[in-house]
Design a protein around this ligand. Sequence first.
Ligand SMILES: C[S@@+](CC[C@H](N)C(=O)[O-])C[C@H]1O[C@@H](n2cnc3c(N)ncnc32)[C@H](O)[C@@H]1O
Length: 225
Amino acid sequence: MPSPLQDPKLEALLDRLHAQSAAQEEAANAYFQKRVEEGSLTDMTKFDDEALAFFADKMVALEKDKSEYCYLLCRALRAQRVVEIGTSFGVSTLYLAAALRDNGAQAGAVTATEMEPEKAKAARANFEEAGLADYIDLREGDLRETLKEIDGPIDFVLVDIWNVARPALELVAPHLRTGAIVATDNTSSFGDAYKDYFEYVNDPKNDLRTMTVPFDGGFELTVRV
Ligand SMILES: C[S@@+](CC[C@H](N)C(=O)[O-])C[C@H]1O[C@@H](n2cnc3c(N)ncnc32)[C@H](O)[C@@H]1O
């Protein structure tokens, strides 16, 4: 199946990064299972220091099919500004930046967020290698601080995080244009962790309509109406 990106150099880099992430996934799943079984991690919305340390160097990249879907959504929206909630090594960010480049957007069109300095460093190296660094404004630190200032209107948001999904959405929502899409990963498999997020999404006063697209783990598509 040909990639919608139609950029062989970028696709080669992304294939390498997806393979790197997949190789770490088994260890991550085993870690979660062990912590849940021994009862030492019951609330996925509150990672303890041990869990934070375990994930500090893990990519946990958005899967290729979901990433390509985000690329196409951004093209369909003719997106000029997007926000990414959770960047890690920047895999999904590269799809978003490619879409905005292909839409003719300006420099810094993708606002990306990462609190782990080593991950941010790796992400920047990937952005340079892809030739997409100019399109990405990577904000390092806790996004509850770094997203206090956002230039709108925002056309698309990727939420690839669960522990701070609600505060992130609350910061971005005032900047969403009518018709903007918020895509949120793993809303079925991490349902409990998204409880307060869905309270916000389903509150009629927030003018959002939503459905779960049946990608693996559930991929929420929410539209500002
Ligand atoms: C699932 S990963 C993102 C993967 C990325 N979208 C990709 O496809 O490569 C979530 C990331 O969010 C970061 N993160 C967690 N809490 C954060 C916070 N409060 N502020 C900023 N980044 C945070 C984590 O360090 C982690 O790298």
